[in-house]
Design a binder for this molecule. Structure first.
Ligand code: CAA
Length: 250
């Protein structure tokens, strides 16, 4: 079991546990996460959902790069759709979702955190969208949600350069709501306060705050298309082979 749901009164804590890969998401783990989120979205007794990673090194170090290395575009689109569904559940479920970012939140990890309503980071957290270094682009909502949360200028810098930020900078640019140690304790304290509020009012407030246009479907499509490029194959293989990539531009 790599995704564990623990109930603390009306708060459900979802922990992603694949520590040997810094909680990077392979198909099994991401499917399990999606299934647990679907259940929690429907579960009236769970008034707030907190998402975190097991251990003290990572929230989620991204989508599993080794798995992605062999994907054809059609498979990459399915993979993108699965990640989009998980992020969309966090964004749309009719109750607050809170990310307790306890270390690396990179690529798909940052995108899941961006799907949450609130984000708190431990002081050792590092966040970013480093996909460009792999010859691909964010594929689980990062291009749209990062711009919505931090503004287009910040999103362009982070997505185009792949630069990662530490917790303090993440707070300064609005990517996280606060830096706190231990971060899960802080997230649970906030979640406990939210759980005491009216679920009806929270549901409506969340729905209204989410009313803004996006281009998520377009992102999912182009993410998949990129897997036909030599550069994507090279970037993904280079990570697994622990060497710098050699991009050729096609
Ligand atoms: N996928 C698969 N395996 C990963 C991984 C990932 N995203 N991140 C880390 N791992 C694995 C490493 O390969 C390593 O496994 P081995 O021991 O078998 O070699 C293990 O986790 C520990 O990682 P490191 O030895 O690399 O640890 P480190 O402390 O030296 O570095 C790190 C940590 C900076 C996070 C580094 O692991 C790293 O750069 N990871 C990749 C981060 C990344 O690029 N994420 C984005 C993925 S693409 C994506 O998410 C696409 C999308 O939008 C959907």
């Amino acid at each position: 079991m790599s995704v564990v749901v623990d109930r603390q009164d009306a708060v459900a804590v979802v922990t992603i546990d694949r520590q040997e890969a810094l909680n990077a998401l392979d198909v099994e783990t991401l499917t399990e996460l999606r299934d647990r989120l679907r259940e929690l979205a429907e579960d009236y007794a769970a008034r707030v959902v907190v998402l975190t990673g097991a251990g003290d090194r990572a929230f989620v170090a991204g989508a599993d790069i080794k798995y992605m290395g062999s994907l054809e575009p059609a498979e990459a689109k399915e993979w993108g759709a699965l990640g989009h569904e998980a992020a969309r559940l966090l964004e749309d479920m009719p109750k607050p979702t809170v990310a307790a970012i306890n270390g690396f939140a990179l690529g798909g990890g940052c995108e899941l955190a961006l799907g949450c309503d609130l984000r708190y980071a431990s002081s050792n957290a590092r966040l970013g969208q480093p996909e460009i270094d792999l010859g691909i682009v964010p594929g689980w909502g990062g291009t749209q949600r990062l711009a919505r949360v931090c503004g287009l200028g910040v999103a362009k810098e982070l997505v185009l350069t792949g630069r990662q930020v530490d917790a303090e900078e993440a707070f300064r640019i609005g990517l996280v709501n606060a830096v706190a140690d231990p971060v899960l304790e802080h997230a649970l304290e906030v979640a406990g306060r939210l759980a005491a509020r009216s679920p009806v009012a929270l549901r409506v407030a969340k729905r209204l705050l989410n009313l803004s246009p996006g281009a998520l479907e377009r992102e999912a499509e182009e993410f998949g298309d990129l897997f036909a490029s030599e550069d994507a194959k090279e970037g993904l293989a280079a990570f697994a082979e622990k060497r710098p990539p050699r991009f050729v531009g096609r």
